[in-house]
Every structure is written in structure tokens, then in C-alpha cells.
Write a protein that binds this ligand. Structure first.
Ligand SMILES: Nc1ncnc2c1ncn2[C@@H]1O[C@H](COP(=O)(O)OP(=O)(O)OP(=O)(O)O)[C@@H](O)[C@H]1O
Ligand SMILES: [Mg+2]
Length: 227
């Protein structure tokens, strides 16, 4: 089996004026289809940068990033945007829902952006799976944090992405909502075989996945991270 995601010696240097920050120091990891990988490490060690680079939100400074066989480092911004839209579902700590749209339209918009267009059966199945069926006409401000994150999760998976990338998805949630979001992620992984990479600061949250990558100073420190 081929990895769904592979990075080879990825470096990321941020340049702001004369200041350079090396956020990734040669990261080589592999994620196989169906894995649920957690990434842990201290603040500033490069976790979000790595997630942005593997999801095509940011360009690596050097090295290779292969997502489902496509080399992101050889693509321009618009090609990466298209690939991201088709293959990646992002979930963020702050939910990042559109405030003026209700839950239904926040989720449906993501599906409309996708080439396959709107699929009512898929929509219904996802809304039900995430326990959102009764909340779809509410705007984000009328939903609890846990509900908002479940809407964000629905938006992320509605177009059947190859990989879900979650950056501290429970970072803004209370214990009960966190557990519900983590249990849903685990269910998506176990029942639907959804590949997931999740950043977390919480060792308990990391146990929901099947493997933990530890990062420090821009590097993965437990081996190469290969399977
Ligand atoms: N857009 C940017 N411009 C300049 N430097 C950046 C930028 N984004 C991140 N950095 C720097 O890169 C390093 C890694 O940041 P990153 O956000 O990836 O860390 P993190 O592990 O996600 O931290 P946290 O746990 O606090 O979210 C830090 O030193 C940070 O200040
Ligand atoms: Mg971060």
C-alpha cells in the first residue's frame, strides 16, 4: 500500500523583513490510508506549520510533500488550492465557520465548491452522523462550541476528502464537548476508514488515534515517523 501522505526532508523558513524563523527542520513522515495520527509537541515547535504545508495551505521552502501521489511542492498556489479543495478537509481550533450562514449553508457551501456538487443523500448522512439534523437552521452564534465544531467537522468531510487535518480541534471546547468531537473523529476513522492527522496538546486526546508523532524544534523526534 502507498502512503496517502508523505513528506521528504521538508523545511519551512518564514521570512518577515530581515528576520528568519525556521519552523520546520527537515520533516520526513508517512501516513498510510486509514491511519489516525496525532501530533504533539510544545508551543512553537512547528505543528501548525507542518499541517499547513501538508494540506497545501502553505508552501514548503524545500523538500517534497506528496499527497495522494501529487507533489504539492511542484504546484503553484491555484493548483494547490484546487488539490486542497478535492482532497483535504481542515478542522481548526476556532471552528472558522462563516458567521452569516446557518449550519446547513456552512456545510453545503463546501460541497458546492467541490466538482461533484451537492449530494443531498451524502448531506443527510453526514448531518445525522454528526448529530446535527435538528440544528441546521441555526447560525454559528446560536450554536454551542461543540455543535459549531461538529458543523466544522461536517464541512470538512462532506466531500469525502482523502485526509482530514485537524489543528487542536478540541482546544476551545469543554471536556464533554471535547470527548464528543474526539469520539466522532474516532468513529469516522474506524467506521468509514477516514484518514486523520490531528494536532493536540492533550495526551488523552492523542490516545483516540492509533499513532503519535512527537515534534520538537521543527523536527519529528520519535524516529522518522514512518509507519
Ligand atoms: N506566518 C508566520 N510568519 C512568521 N513566523 C511564523 C509564522 N507562522 C508561524 N511562525 C513561527 O514558526 C514557528 C512554528 O509555529 P507554529 O505555529 O507552527 O507552532 P505550533 O507548534 O503550532 O505552536 P502552538 O502549539 O502554539 O500552536 C514559531 O516560531 C512561530 O512563531
Ligand atoms: Mg499551532
Amino acid at each position: 500500500m502507498e502512503p496517502i501522505l508523505k513528506t521528504e526532508n521538508v523545511w519551512k523558513v518564514y521570512r518577515t523583513g530581515k528576520v528568519e524563523v525556521t519552523a520546520l527542520h527537515g520533516v520526513s513522515i508517512e501516513v498510510m490510508p486509514g491511519e489516525f495520527v496525532s501530533i504533539m509537541g510544545p508551543s512553537g515547535c512547528g505543528k501548525s506549520t507542518l499541517l499547513h504545508v501538508i494540506g497545501g495551505l502553505a508552501q514548503a521552502t524545500s523538500g517534497r510533500v506528496l499527497l495522494d501521489g501529487n507533489d504539492l511542492t511542484k504546484m503553484n498556489d491555484s493548483a494547490r488550492t484546487l488539490l486542497r479543495r478535492h482532497k483535504v478537509g481542515f478542522v481548526f481550533q476556532r471552528f472558522n465557520l462563516l458567521p452569516t450562514l446557518d449550519a446547513y449553508h456552512n456545510i453545503a457551501l463546501a460541497q458546492h465548491l467541490h466538482d461533484n456538487g451537492f449530494d443531498p443523500h451524502r448531506f443527510e448522512a453526514v448531518a445525522q452522523l454528526l448529530g446535527l439534523s435538528g440544528r441546521l437552521r441555526h447560525k454559528p452564534s446560536e450554536l454551542s462550541g461543540g455543535e459549531q465544531q461538529r458543523v466544522a467537522l461536517a464541512r470538512a468531510i462532506i466531500s469525502e476528502p482523502k485526509i482530514v487535518l485537524a489543528d487542536e480541534p478540541t482546544g476551545n471546547l469543554d471536556t464533554k464537548s471535547s470527548e464528543s468531537v474526539l469520539a466522532l473523529l474516532r468513529q469516522l476513522n474506524k467506521d468509514l476508514g477516514q484518514t486523520i492527522v490531528m494536532i493536540t496538546h492533550n495526551p488523552d486526546a492523542a490516545t483516540y488515534g492509533n499513532r503519535v508523532l512527537h515534534m520538537r524544534d521543527g523536527m519529528v523526534v520519535n524516529g522518522t515517523g514512518a509507519h
